[in-house]
Design a binder for this molecule. Structure first.
Ligand SMILES: [Zn+2]
Length: 281
């Protein structure tokens, strides 16, 4: 699932690959992918792709005064291909055909179609509901007081930090890394944090910038479908904590998995596995 660091490196690499190219045509084979109809996608034909950037976890393709705002949801991927997609490719959602024969393709893996795109005048992207409702971006990190306000809520840190309306850019992978870096329990509530803990959490946001730097060093011009994420605790249950050697634990909620170091984050307590306890009832 692409989060802020993954979408940032995707936007940077695609920008480097296609900025300045002319659009031949844009197709949307995904049945429900387009959430706007006016202006129509045909308006993009003949335009220059003027830049690719990121807002929160959303890539934005700019074509002068029109912009395509994309939400990848959990299974969408954006990549440049040197040839055109077969129209039988059922993963295709949006195809931006460029005049040099390349194609910028939004694909979505799995059976559900949830990724979406909106074609908007560039100057109203910031007013779109999906953008205007975002909390402060997690990277570059907001000022400490802005961050403290954003998370001063009586909710567990794990869902709170992933809630884009409170703070934008963090998902299920990086939330574990940020909480581990800050040595805080995923089940501590935002309003229970001391000033010192808020500061620690704020400082821990640097893991997002570190991840982008890691991708800059390791990802070439061609983006792989699955980025090798430099995760230290997420999905590493059973492995030793890289800081203290304690075995990393996992706790599950529905299909969500949270990993943490019990020694450093939960005062030595191993949290009850709520999925397992439901099965045992
Ligand atoms: Zn540890």
């Amino acid at each position: 699932m692409p989060e802020l660091p993954e979408v940032e490196i995707t936007a940077r690499r695609i920008d480097a690959a296609v900025r300045g190219a002319s659009v031949e045509s844009v197709l949307a084979p995904g049945m429900n992918v387009m959430k706007t109809f006016d202006p129509p996608l045909e308006e993009l034909a003949g335009r220059e792709l003027t830049g690719v950037r990121r807002i929160g976890k959303m890539p934005v393709l700019e074509f002068g005064d029109l912009a395509l705002l994309i939400h990848l949801m959990s299974a969408g991927r954006l990549r440049v291909f040197d040839r055109r997609a077969s129209l039988k490719d059922r993963a295709s959602r949006v195809l931006v055909r460029l005049d040099d024969g390349c194609e910028l393709r939004l694909r979505e893996f799995g059976t559900r179609q949830r990724a979406w795109a909106k074609l908007l005048p560039t100057d109203v992207v910031a007013d779109d509901e999906a953008v205007a409702t975002l909390g402060p971006a997690a990277w570059p990190s907001p000022p400490l007081d802005v961050f403290a306000d954003a998370i001063a809520q009586p909710r567990h840190l794990h869902p709170l930090l992933r809630h884009q309306r409170d703070i934008a850019g963090i998902g299920r992978s990086w939330v574990d890394e940020i909480l581990w870096e800050a040595r805080l329990s995923p089940f501590k509530q935002g309003t229970e944090l001391s000033d010192e803990e808020v500061e620690r959490l704020h400082t821990a946001l640097h893991v997002l910038g570190d991840a982008i730097e890691h991708y800059e060093q390791t990802i070439g011009p061609e983006l792989p479908d699955k980025l090798p994420m430099p995760l230290k605790v997420h999905r590493r249950e059973g492995e030793p904590c890289p800081r203290c050697g304690t075995t990393i634990e996992a706790v599950y909620f529905a299909e969500h998995q949270t990993n943490y170091c019990p020694k450093e984050q939960t005062g030595g307590r191993v949290l009850k596995d709520r999925r397992l306890s439901r099965l045992l009832k």
